[in-house]
Design a protein around this ligand. Structure first.
Ligand code: ADP
Length: 397
């Protein structure tokens, strides 16, 4: 059975076609610049290299059509008929309090996704457009929505409420939701397998460190706290996002700089974090190169990032009254050898100690804890697409 996994952004669409017999991706790709100048589709058949297809791509309907054509192409295709796609699984960013797990798309599900648009104005509309484009092109093929927020719905009130008027929570559902749920779910499951222990017996801290970054405390397989909030802005310092700061600083900056709410949101989401502090880049490879050349601001940015991740790990160890393993995943977590070491150095008091030799890996599952360390340190490459495909299969069986 083959499942198409789709992740639609406002002007992009990422996809993978996964064969569920082997759980391997047969093909994957990215449509970029939908609705703007110079759009293109970069498609890759497993083991056959990339092909770039340039075409008019005015909207997501056309983008999905091109993806299906690429998947059926005589040279770089992997299926001969659209009917071979048994179902499509869609990443949906915000499921609010409606969704604690994935759901087959129905009119009611689409209505609930649109009701969450206010909470994720950049993402949910694009996710819905992607779903509707597939519905048009794929007829009765089942569509499944998999939510970034669902895994975190097990958080207790004491974790997810903000200490503001309870009436604001009741009126607008202002609370912590958390994101990267499929990633935290996947890597904590893999960690339990690597440690050869039932997940129900483990206290895990998962650090998803990519352009967007979040930490999640998972006790017995259930998320009990996470660093992102109502939106992905809260929590860690990220590539371009500020993460935690005094909310009073927001109105202060707006007054002083004469900024509108939109401009302020953009400053905090797109011009802050590692980019804001270093002044050069949001990409950790650039930052690490600049540090080597003696760039002091890049060094502060990197130090701040490590320090803040370590603080979250410490606070989640306290929240769970212990921790068995810390997991590093996503671009920086999987590849940032120096970053993992620097974070672990803060955490000796918890019983965390890295083995520098074992830590010397990129993008591979490894336990890099020093011999005898009380807490295990793991690298686990994430695979959100596989979680989406598995959930889709389970709901369509
Ligand atoms: P997202 O999916 O959130 O866009 P990724 O998970 O792809 O982000 O992570 C992107 C980040 O990973 C970038 O900051 C990039 O610099 C970092 N990264 C990728 N490869 C390396 C590497 N070899 N060393 C350090 N950082 C890396």
């Amino acid at each position: 059975m083959k499942i198409l996994v789709l992740n639609c952004g406002s002007s992009s669409l990422k996809y993978q076609l996964i064969d569920m017999a082997t759980e391997a991706a047969l093909a994957k790709g990215l449509v970029e610049r939908i609705g703007i100048a110079n759009p293109r589709l970069v498609h890759e058949k497993e083991g056959a290299g990339k092909v770039t297809i340039e075409a008019e791509i005015p909207n997501h309907d056309v983008a999905v059509k091109l993806v299906i054509e690429a998947l059926m192409h005589k040279d770089h295709g992997v299926i001969s008929h659209i009917g071979e796609i048994a179902a499509a699984g869609h990443r949906v960013v915000h499921g609010g309090e409606f969704f604690t797990k994935s759901a087959i798309v129905t009119a009611e599900v689409k209505k609930a996704i649109s009701e969450c648009v206010a909470l994720a104005p950049l993402h949910n509309p694009a996710n819905l457009i992607g779903i509707e484009a597939c519905e048009k092109l794929m007829g009765a093929t089942p569509q499944v929505a998999v939510f970034d927020t669902a895994f975190h719905q097990t958080m207790p009130e004491k974790s997810y409420l903000y200490a503001i008027s309870y009436g604001l929570y009741e009126k607008y559902r202002i609370r912590k939701y958390g994101f990267h749920g499929t990633s935290h779910y996947y890597v904590t499951g893999r960690a339990a397998a690597m440690l050869d222990k039932p997940i129900e017996s483990l206290k895990l801290i998962s650090c998803h460190l990519g352009n967007g970054a979040s930490v999640c405390a998972v006790d017995g397989g259930k998320a009990v706290d996470t660093s992102m909030g109502l939106t992905p802005l809260e929590g860690l310092m990220m590539g371009t996002r500020s993460g935690d700061m005094d909310p009073a600083a927001v109105s202060f900056i707006m007054d002083k700089e004469g900024l509108t709410t939109k401009q302020m949101e953009s400053l905090l989401n797109k011009e802050s974090g590692v980019l804001g502090i270093s002044g050069i880049s949001s990409d950790f490879r650039d930052i690490e190169a600049a540090v080597k050349e003696g760039n002091a601001r890049a060094k502060v940015a990197l130090d701040m990032f490590h320090y803040r991740v370590a603080k979250y790990i410490g606070s989640y160890a306290a929240a769970m009254n212990g921790v068995d393993a810390v997991i590093f995943t996503a671009g920086i977590g999987e590849n940032g050898i120096g970053t993992r070491l620097a974070i672990c150095e803060y955490l000796g008091y918890l019983g965390i100690a890295a083995d520098t030799e074992k830590n010397n890996v990129r993008g591979k599952e490894v336990d890099f804890s020093a011999k005898g360390a009380k807490v295990r340190c793991l690298v686990v490459p994430t695979n959100e697409e596989l979680v989406i495909a598995r959930d889709t299969l389970a709901l369509c069986k």
